[in-house]
Design a protein around this ligand. Sequence first.
Ligand code: AR6
Length: 181
Amino acid sequence: MFKANQCTLDACVADITTLDVDVIVNAANTSLGGGGVDGAIHRAAGKALLRECEMLGGCATGDAKITGGYALPAKHVIYAVGPVWRGGAHGEADLLASCYQRSLEVAREADCASIAFPAISCGVYHFPADDAVWIAVATVLDTLPRTPHIARVIFACFDDAMFERYQTELKRRQALPSKPL
Ligand code: AR6
């Protein structure tokens, strides 16, 4: 666990659809439909979620939109569209960082205090996992000072290897000399 002023950051191995938080983030695509985390979220939330998604009109890569959580334990779902990995010279790092930043901003606007992220772009979009984890943690820490009532951030990992990456990165950050947020 990492404590940054008002907020705790944690990693866990979990199916993100089971987490009882204010909002879970979906690793979406621009048309807001698909498999992976997205498929799991739609299966758990029920058909009403799909109807609300259809009214959102898609979402740009690097941006985030929000719906209700319907049958999920989470009150809301945020759709963050990560970049497809195309070698790293196509703005992928900035677009991935933007997903985390925009998700926290959208969560703040919806008065969410707790948020769980999957490893956006690390599945079928093939972003290198070590880099993605570094970007996720760094961007969340950079954004939190502007989203002060977010008190809990969870990085929900689908497997032990991803969990180890987040644990290592959170521990490394915790060991750095503290910088006021
Ligand atoms: N809970 C937590 N993590 C999960 C879950 C789950 N239930 N299911 C998968 N993961 P992906 P992307 C992990 O492919 O790479 C979708 O079809 C998974 O192991 O879902 O951003 C969308 O609709 C991986 O580490 O997202 C888009 O078309 C991470 O979540 C496209 O895939 C992200 O895997 C987005 O690709």
